[in-house]
Ligand binder design. Structure first.
Ligand code: PLP
Ligand code: COI
Length: 355
């Protein structure tokens, strides 16, 4: 499939200070686009200068929220070459999200070719500093101008790129998490396992309240009994008990994180016992109090691994372990980031080298 490339005549200046990148504030010069029309499939793959879309105010995505996205990263190795981490897993998950939202499955091969071509055009935008990367945001939205609640017939798939530092402003420092027992994010049978925009829209209020109380993110409980741990706003959750790592099982209402899967695989390969189960928040709190729970951390593409320092629910605030990053979290972080940035051998076939 031929990808038409139109280059910008006004390239932006690249960031001078890579220690100040933050997350998702700055975008590169170009984007990849591809349309889907019912009866035709995916057509017109193209790279164009980054810029605003023309959209009808009645476009279905703006009213009924058929919108899904992905998040992955392009890493620069010490030798200057570029690589991706499990990109096909992201495109496969996007197709699964699409199916649930009654959107067309992605042409995963065309999307991957589009991404590779876009990264070729934008290679200079992949930052160099330790811990930085080029965040990749594939997105699919419904474009038809129509107010009936039905599946659209025209969808736009696009990929935008953003040079990023760490997701949390404090980097690898432990984050404090608020356990949300009023609002819920997802219910079984709903869209929790997808990366649809609506899941995030539903999470913003609780996130905002938690932030005002001084917490970085919300830990969601199950939507039925509000007793069991689900996940954090942008991360899956893991808990360590000595050499055992436990994490909520995939139940349809949490996102099957690619970092989650990678960390569970690495942990097994390192000899840790790994358990996927239903985890009651009351047990986690009791175990944190008694000292049985030794570490807690979140996993996600944007956040990588984020140790949890404090867990709070209502007026109860608990410190996990000694409040600092634990040994297992540090070891898993070092191994995963080593594979991603190319300093540790990838034994699992996860890395796709681009240059
Ligand atoms: N859970 C949610 C709700 C997320 O938004 C993310 C981020 O993508 C994750 C978990 C972690 O998923 P992944 O490791 O695939 O980035
Ligand atoms: C990611 O980790 O890629 C995410 O999508 C998190 C995002 C919601 C900021």
């Amino acid at each position: 499939m031929e990808i038409k490339v139109t280059l910008t005549t006004a390239p932006k200046a690249k960031p001078q200070d890579e220690t100040q990148l933050g997350f998702g504030r700055l975008f590169t010069d170009h984007m990849f686009l591809m349309d889907y029309y019912a009866g035709q499939g995916w057509v017109d793959p193209r790279i164009v200068p980054y810029g605003a879309f023309q959209m009808d105010p009645a476009a279905m995505v703006l009213h009924y929220g058929q919108a899904i996205f992905e998040g992955m990263k392009c890493y620069r190795r010490a030798d200057g070459g570029l690589q991706l981490f499990r990109p096909t897993a992201n495109f496969a998950r996007m197709s699964n999200s699409a199916e649930r939202m009654c959107m067309p499955r992605l042409d995963e091969e065309a999307a991957f070719e589009g991404l590779k071509k876009l990264l070729e055009v934008e290679q200079e935008w992949v930052p160099h500093n330790v811990g930085t990367s080029l965040y990749i945001r594939p997105t699919m939205i419904a474009m038809d101008a129509q107010l009936g609640v039905h599946a659209a017939k025209h969808y736009l798939f696009y990929i935008i790129l953003s040079p990023v530092g760490s997701y949390y402003k404090d980097g690898l420092k432990p984050v404090n998490i608020y356990v949300e027992d009023k609002y819920v994010r997802a219910v079984r049978g709903g869209t929790g396992f997808t990366k649809c925009a609506g899941n995030y829209a539903a999470s913003i209020l609780a996130g905002d309240i938690a932030e005002k109380k001084g917490y970085s993110q919300v830990l969601w409980l199950d939507g039925v009994e509000q007793k069991y741990v689900e996940e954090v706003g942008a991360m899956n959750m893991m808990f360590a008990y000595g050499n055992k790592i436990v994490t909520p099982m995939l139940n349809g209402s949490i996102l099957p994180g690619i970092t989650r899967d990678s960390i569970l695989t690495i942990a097994r390969q390192m000899g840790y016992e790994v358990v996927e189960d239903r985890l009651a928040i009351a047990d986690i709190f009791a175990d944190a109090k008694s000292g049985k729970l030794t570490e807690a951390f979140g996993t996600g593409t944007a956040a990588v691994i984020s140790p949890v320092g404090k867990l709070a629910m209502n007026d109860e605030v608990l410190t996990v372990g000694d409040g600092n990053i634990g040994t297992i979290s540090q070891k898993l972080y070092d191994t995963l980031t080593g594979i991603q940035w190319g300093t540790i051998e990838d034994k699992n076939g996860w890395i796709v080298k681009l240059s």
